[in-house]
Design a protein around this ligand. Structure first.
Ligand code: B4P
Length: 185
């Protein structure tokens, strides 16, 4: 099964993806994690994307599509992937559909985590205080929310037209959200 965890920054995509990996043996494909790893390694890619991410803007489509494409064989071998933070634009979704179709696979479900803006701000502020992730500062977070609302939210129409979107309450505890996701799978 191939799943997409969908929602605004701070809604719990990364948190719940890790739980799906532990509970179901799926492979987590997080473009955010891949890009942060590239930055940490000091690679050319990392240097290219570091400023973009710190501002809270989206990295170019071709960069993230290539990162995902390179990991698809691993997902196939595991019998499924949980996509976390990808796709974030309609162009990325179209590319993903094409790449999966080429492997005789498809997206089965899009789980949309519903969290209100006040809770998002609180979570991100909490992580900024604890971990100091550069793009969790209040200014970058505002940019991330605008990017979500303008470039990523329209993807819902794309997947709704395919009848794949299921909504999950993301406001509860991590356990409660995980239970909500399990109930949908
Ligand atoms: P991501 O790493 O994907 O960051 P995110 O969407 O902000 O979600 P994140 O994983 O951080 O938060 P989560 O909801 O798990 O992207 C970072 C940047 O990379 C982007 O801004 C962009 O620049 C670039 N990028 C990545 N993918 C891209 C793409 N496809 N195209 C273009 N650019 C791309 O959790 C947040 C916090 O909430 C955590 O501290 C967690 O502990 C807490 N939390 C989670 N669930 C909770 C709950 N139920 N209750 C309380 N707290 C909870």
């Amino acid at each position: 099964m191939n799943l997409i965890l969908f929602g605004p920054p701070g809604c719990g995509k990364g948190t719940q993806a890790k739980r799906l990996v532990e509970e179901r043996g799926m492979v987590q494909l997080s473009t955010g994690d891949m890009l942060r790893a590239a930055i940490a390694s000091g690679s050319e890619l990392g240097q290219r994307v570091s400023g973009i991410m710190q501002r809270g803007d989206l990295v170019p489509d071709d960069v993230v599509i290539a990162l995902i494409e390179a990991r698809l064989p691993e997902a196939e071998a595991a019998g499924g992937a949980v996509f976390d933070g990808f796709p974030r634009t309609v162009a990325q979704a179209e590319a993903l559909d094409k790449m999966l179709a080429g492997r005789g696979a498809r997206i089965d479900k899009v789980l949309r985590l519903l969290v209100d803006e006040e809770a998002l701000l609180k979570r991100i502020a909490g992580r900024f205080a604890e971990q100091g992730r550069p793009d969790d500062n209040p200014e970058s977070f505002k940019v991330r929310l605008v990017a979500y609302n303008t470039q990523t939210a329209p993807l819902l129409d794309y997947y709704q037209a395919q009848g794949k979107v299921t909504e999950v309450d993301g406001m509860g505890s991590m356990d409660a959200v995980a239970a909500g996701i399990s109930a949908q799978l």
